[in-house]
Design a protein around this ligand. Structure first.
Ligand SMILES: Cc1ncc(COP(=O)(O)O)c(C=O)c1O
Length: 434
């Protein structure tokens, strides 16, 4: 990207931009929540819409001069609804965490109960970590995995919890779980206790958009929350989708019983946010259009094919994968069982080779979050760069060689050079001007 003005006015910052671009180009981005956006998405982020305030929603703003912002937001909303087959979309959340917080506040009152996935079994911090604002307001109860070898969720336990605690919401979704969820089972349990169902699809939104994974709305879910910057390959941002007009007599607004879409919109603005970032909404609209193209289906299916191949090759080399494989874009590896190397050590070692991934807790981990037993990696970003199954074989090989020769500095330096050379064969999407 052209950063000539930054270069001229602030060379120190320009050098950092350049250095980060080189890091992204010469290494393998294996963090499953990261991706490379298109040049069009990058351009959208830098447009004059960054200058504009537009509190409110299209047609109902608190500032003048909204003729173009209204059009942009309406386009983004229309495209989001088309991708995910639902009847309401709020494209204003600044990111995934505010999207979840706004959704909890949309439907629940302080003290109400929500059931979500155990964090060490793959749930996200925003699903009730005691340090979060949400956990100080709502009562979070947890379900987990029943069989660590297959990854099967303990649906019987979830049912028992629902009967006992009568939650207002049941939350499906994860940031470190490599299997498909049985959404119908969540819906059936929620129906019995009158709970609203919410799926946090932040990690897999792009795979759902590209039809590589199931859409929770097809099973009758009420709400999906998401980020837009992971598999969906858009700008850093959030999204709340809902389907069906469910009213909540316990949450009247101005003494009027309101339904889910209105409650969500009010909860985002003015509930927890101020003015939307319209330049980001423009970039979301660009990314949504890309996700609606036939090529995006090919991308999503290749992400899963690559992850499955990488899982197979790593297991052949002695890496112990949690659930022994993957159905989606991510792999969770038990590094202590595999090579008696902690997740923290492994992250550092791979970082030094240009293989970027992250340490991660594994189910029932006996170690602490800052240096857990596992690592988490995935294929969304490397697939965007055009890598296919045969490239996964190389990656598995490098990961194995790195661990085996972890004390041999000379060997590691040669390996690092080999990885850089390999990466340079694959361009970044932002290089493409078309
Ligand atoms: C499942 C899930 N939900 C929510 C979030 C929060 O998103 P953000 O970091 O954009 O606030 C994440 C981030 O990794 C996530 O994985």
């Amino acid at each position: 990207m052209n950063i000539s003005s930054i270069k001229k006015n602030d060379p120190r910052l320009a050098a950092l931009v350049k250095a980060e671009e080189t890091r992204q180009r010469t290494g393998l981005e294996l963090i499953p929540s990261e991706n490379y956006v298109s040049r069009a998405v990058l351009e959208a982020l830098g447009t004059v819409f960054t200058n504009k305030y537009s509190e409110g929603y299209p047609g109902k703003r608190y500032y003048g001069g909204q003729v173009n912002t209204d059009a942009v937001e309406k386009i983004a909303i229309g495209r989001a609804k088309k991708i995910f087959h639902c009847d309401h979309a709020n494209v204003q959340p600044y990111s995934g965490a505010p999207a979840n917080l706004a959704t909890y506040f949309a439907w629940m009152e302080p003290g109400d109960t929500i059931i979500g996935m155990e964090l060490s079994h793959g749930g996200h911090l925003t699903h009730g970590d005691p340090r979060t604002a949400a956990a100080k307001v709502f009562n979070f109860i947890r379900y987990g995995i029943k069989n660590i070898e297959t990854g099967e969720i303990d649906y019987e336990h979830l049912y028992d919890l629902a009967i006992k605690h009568k939650p207002k919401m049941i939350l499906a979704g994860f940031s470190a779980y490599p299997r498909e969820l049985d959404y119908k089972k969540f819906v059936d349990i929620a129906k019995e206790v009158g709970a609203v169902t919410i799926a946090d699809i932040a990690h897999i939104a792009g795979l759902i958009a590209g039809k590589a994974l199931k859409n929770p709305f097809d099973a009758g879910f009420h709400i999906c929350t998401s980020t837009t910057h992971k598999t969906l390959r858009g700008p850093r941002g959030g999204l709340i989708l809902s389907n069906g007009i469910v009213s909540n007599p316990l949450k009247p607004i101005d003494k009027k019983i309101e339904n889910l879409p209105t409650l969500i919109d009010r909860s985002v603005f003015p509930g927890i946010q101020g003015g939307p970032h319209i330049n980001v909404i423009l970039a979301k609209a660009v990314a949504f259009s890309e996700a609606l193209q036939p090529e995006f289906r090919i991308y999503a299916s290749q992400v899963v094919k690559n992850a499955k191949r990488l899982a197979k090759k790593l297991m052949e080399k002695g890496f112990k994968l949690v659930t022994n494989g993957t159905d989606n874009h991510l792999l969770l590896v038990d590094m202590i069982t595999s090579f008696n190397v902690s997740g923290g050590e492994a992250e550092k070692l791979y970082d030094s080779l240009g293989l970027t991934l992250n340490k991660n807790m594994i189910p029932n981990d006996s170690r602490k979050p800052y240096d857990p037993s596992g690592i988490r990696l995935g294929t969304p970003a490397i697939t965007t760069r055009g890598m296919k199954e045969k490239d996964m074989d190389h990656i598995a090989g490098w990961m194995y060689d790195g661990i085996v020769h972890k004390k041999d500095e000379k060997y590691l330096n040669v390996l690092k050079e080999e990885i850089i050379e390999y990466c340079m064969q694959f361009s970044l999407p932002s290089d493409n001007k078309s």
